[in-house]
Design a protein around this ligand. Structure first.
Ligand SMILES: [Zn+2]
Length: 191
């Protein structure tokens, strides 16, 4: 698409170029006897999603890294607590947290806390169904990360390791998991 929407930042300001909303040809909606009852209105919108302080997490996935955050405030009751999903500020003292690399912990010490398998997805789903959603407990982290399992069946307590999309999309689906000990990553992913 030559007029594809593009967004970039220059001097701290968003710059945009191209088509951000477009219409496609509509079609009539008719009754069995041919009576016109309405029309479809196909349209396309490009949504700009700003990652703000969470951008390092998504950049990390593209590099095969799993990043979390940790509160380093000595006056906070939760000092030292590690969070993944990535949180910018400590939920207890609101201080900005430091980024910690959890890739090694995820490879050595991650397991399925619970899971749900679903074939009924929301709109715009890009994952293969049925999706095996898993809640992953990673090392010492005090929170669980929701993600999805590939290649094998989920079980509570099963040891898993992360895999990363070889061609990143910079979204959460760049991260998936396989059973620990898997010899090869799934197609399109790397260890
Ligand atoms: Zn804190």
């Amino acid at each position: 698409m030559s007029n594809q929407a593009k967004v970039w930042i220059e001097k701290k300001a968003y710059k945009i170029k191209g088509e951000f909303s477009s219409l496609e040809a509509n079609t009539p909606i008719r009754r069995e006897d041919g009576k016109l009852c309405g029309v479809t209105n196909p349209r396309r919108l490009v949504h700009m999603h700003s990652y703000g302080g969470e951008a390092p997490f998504f950049e990390g996935l593209a590099k095969g890294k799993l990043l979390g955050t940790q509160c380093g405030n000595s006056k906070c009751e939760s000092q030292g607590s590690i969070y993944i999903p990535f949180r910018i500020c400590c939920p207890d003292c609101l201080a900005k947290m430091k980024i910690v690399d959890l890739t090694a912990a995820a490879k050595k010490n991650a397991k399925i806390y619970t899971y749900v398998v679903t074939s009924r997805t929301g709109a715009f789903n890009t994952l293969e169904v049925p999706i095996k959603f898993i809640d992953v407990q990673i090392g010492e982290a005090v929170t669980l990360l929701k993600s999805y399992l590939l290649l094998s069946e989920p079980e509570i307590g099963k040891r898993v390791i992360p895999v990363f999309r070889a061609k990143p999309t910079f979204t959460i689906t760049d991260l998936a998991w396989v059973a620990a000990g898997a010899k090869k990553p799934p197609k399109g992913f790397r260890f």
